[in-house]
Design a binder for this molecule. Structure first.
Ligand code: AMX
Length: 465
C-alpha cells in the first residue's frame, strides 16, 4: 500500500491540526501494535476524566426544557463520546478532523485515493493519524481475526431467504456473540480495571468479521449462494467489495470512502446511542452492536439509504429519467401529501448540507457525472429544500448522507436497495466499537436517565408559573 501522507498539503494540514491542539494527548511512541498505543493512552485519559469530574463536576451545561423532554431529547447534552463530534453547520469531525481533512491525511491505497477505513479506525481509537506501516499492521491484525465460525452461517441459513438483510445481519452478529471474550472474562471474575482488554479483543474481532457476514448475506440472497472467499492481499474496504462480488478499482475506492464516512456520527444518533447504552449494562460488544443494528434498521435512521433509492426508482418509473424540475416538485408534494417523509433530507442535529453528502457528490462528479440517477439526485438538491422549507416545520431542509449513497452503489452494479443498510451497519461497527473500548477504559457508568409522567410534568409546570 502507498501512503498519501507525504503529500505537502497534508503535512501543512497536520501541522495546523497540531497547532490548534486537536490532539490533546501527548505524542506516543512509534510502533505498529495498536494495543501498545492504547495501553499508553488509557491512563492519561483516565486522569483527564478524573480531573474534569473533580474540578468541573458541578458546572451546568444547559437547562432542560419540557420541549426537550417531549422532543426526543434534541439539544440536550447528556453523553460522553470521544471518537467524533458533530457540528450542526460543519458536520462531523473524527477526532478533530473533517471528512476532507481525513481524505488528505489518512493513508490510501494510491496517492490521492480515498482513505483506508483501517486508518480511520486507528484515528478513532488513538486520536492520532497513523502511518502507512501502522495501517498495514492493523489491516493484517483484522485479517488474522476474520474467520467466521460455521454456526454463524447456519444461524443465518435458518432464516428464510426473504428475511430482510438487516434481520439476517443482526442474526449473524448475535451468532458471533458466543465467542465473546468479554462475557467469558466477566464470568471468570475479571477486575473492572481490565474490562477494556476483552472489550478490545471482541471489538477488533467483530470489526474484522462483519464484512464476511455481510457479504455472505448478499451472496446468499442475490447471487444464488455463490460465496466469494476473502482476498488476503486486499485492504479492509477493497476486500469487502471483492467478497460482495465487485472487483473494479473504482468500486473498491467507493467502498473505502463509504465505510469511512458512515463509521461514526457522534454518540446521540439511534445506533451509536443504543450500542453505548446496552454496553453500559456490561453487555458484551456483540450484544451491544446487535442492538445498535436494530436501531440502524429503522427508516428514519439507517434504512433511509434503502428508502432513497427505492423512492428515486419510483420517480423514474412514474415520470422517466429526464423528469423536469416542475414534475419533480409535484412528485415531492405527492409524497408529502400522502403523509410520508422525503427520504434522505433533514437531520436531528445538522442544519446544513451533510459533508458526507458533499463528498459523495464529489465522487460522482469525478467518476459518473453523466449517470442519469446522479443527475436526478442533483435535481433533487435544487427542488426539495425549498419545499421542505415551505412546510414551515422542518428544521433542516438539506440532504443527508443517505440522499446520495444509493445512486453510487447502483451505478457500480450493487442495485439491491434492501441490502444497503447492511453496508451502513458494517461501517458503523468501526465507530461504535471504538467508543465501546473507551467506554470501558474510562469506566463509564450504567446509563440511567430519569423519566417522568405527564402528570408529573403538569404538576411541576403549574408550580413554576
Ligand atoms: N420530509 C418530510 N418531513 C420532514 C422531513 C422530511 N425529510 N424532515 C423532517 N420532517 C418533519 C418531521 O417529520 C416533523 O414533522 P411532525 O412535527 O409532523 O412530526 C417536523 O418536520 C420536524 O422535524 P425535525 O425537527 O426537522 O426533524 P427530526 O429531528 O425530528 O427528525 C429526521 C430528523 C432525520 C428523522 C427527519 O428529518 C426525517 O424523517 N428525514 C427523512 C428520513 C431520513 O432521511 N433519515 C436519515 C437521517 C440520517 C441518518 O440517520 N442516516
Amino acid at each position: 500500500m502507498e501512503s498519501n501522507g507525504n503529500d505537502e498539503s497534508a503535512n501543512m494540514l497536520m501541522k495546523t491540526v497540531a497547532l490548534l491542539g486537536w490532539y490533546s494527548t501527548p505524542h506516543v511512541q512509534n510502533g505498529n501494535d495498536i494495543r501498545t498505543h492504547l495501553k499508553e493512552l488509557i491512563p492519561e485519559q483516565q486522569a483527564r476524566l478524573k480531573k474534569i469530574k473533580s474540578e468541573y463536576g458541578k458546572v451546568q451545561l444547559g437547562n432542560i426544557t419540557v420541549d426537550m423532554v417531549l422532543g426526543g431529547m434534541r439539544g440536550m447534552t447528556g453523553l460522553l463520546w470521544e471518537t467524533s463530534l458533530l457540528d450542526p453547520d460543519e458536520g462531523i469531525r473524527f477526532r478533530g478532523l473533517s471528512i476532507p481533512e481525513c481524505q488528505k491525511v489518512l493513508p490510501a491505497v494510491k496517492t490521492g485515493g480515498e482513505p483506508l477505513p483501517e486508518g480511520l479506525l486507528w484515528l478513532l481509537l488513538t486520536g492520532k493519524v497513523p502511518s502507512k506501516e501502522q495501517v498495514d499492521a492493523l489491516s493484517a491484525e483484522l485479517r488474522s481475526r476474520a474467520t467466521i465460525p460455521d454456526h454463524v452461517y447456519k444461524a443465518i441459513d435458518a432464516l428464510p431467504i426473504t428475511a430482510h438483510p438487516m434481520t439476517q445481519f443482526t442474526t449473524g452478529v448475535m451468532a458471533l456473540q458466543v465467542q465473546s471474550e468479554f462475557s467469558k472474562a466477566y464470568e471468570s471474575g475479571i477486575h473492572k480495571s481490565k474490562y477494556w482488554e476483552p472489550t478490545f479483543e471482541d471489538t477488533l474481532s467483530l470489526i474484522a468479521q462483519v464484512p464476511s457476514v455481510a457479504a455472505y448475506i448478499y451472496r446468499r440472497i442475490y447471487k444464488n449462494g455463490k460465496i466469494i472467499p476473502a482476498n488476503d492481499s486486499l485492504d479492509y474496504g477493497g476486500n469487502f467489495a471483492h467478497m460482495l462480488g465487485f472487483d473494479s478499482p473504482e468500486m473498491q475506492e467507493l467502498m473505502r470512502l463509504y465505510v469511512t464516512i458512515h463509521s461514526d456520527h457522534e454518540g446521540g444518533n439511534v445506533s451509536a446511542h443504543t450500542g453505548h447504552l446496552v454496553a453500559s449494562a456490561l453487555s458484551d460488544p456483540y450484544l451491544s452492536f446487535a442492538a445498535a443494528l436494530n436501531g440502524l434498521a429503522g427508516p428514519l435512521h439507517g434504512l433511509a439509504n434503502q428508502e432513497v433509492l427505492l423512492w428515486i426508482k419510483s420517480v423514474v418509473n412514474e415520470c422517466g429519467e429526464n423528469i423536469s424540475k416542475d414534475q419533480l416538485k409535484d412528485y415531492v408534494w405527492k409524497t408529502l401529501n400522502s403523509g410520508k417523509v422525503v427520504p434522505g433530507f433533514g437531520h436531528g442535529v445538522l442544519r446544513k448540507t451533510d459533508p458526507r453528502y458533499m463528498c459523495q457528490r464529489e465522487f460522482a462528479l469525478k467518476h459518473l457525472p453523466d449517470d442519469p440517477l446522479f443527475q436526478l439526485v442533483s435535481k433533487l438538491y435544487d427542488v426539495v429544500p425549498p419545499i421542505l422549507t415551505e412546510l414551515g416545520k422542518v428544521k433542516n431542509p438539506w440532504p443527508n448522507v443517505d440522499a446520495h449513497s444509493g445512486v453510487l452503489l447502483n451505478y457500480y452494479g450493487l442495485t439491491e436497495a434492501r441490502y444497503y443498510t447492511v453496508l451502513f451497519g458494517v461501517s458503523r461497527a468501526i465507530g461504535i466499537c471504538s467508543q465501546l473500548i473507551w467506554d470501558r477504559a474510562l469506566g463509564l457508568p450504567l446509563e440511567r436517565p430519569k423519566s417522568v409522567t405527564m402528570e408529573w410534568l403538569e404538576k411541576q409546570c403549574n408550580k413554576s408559573v
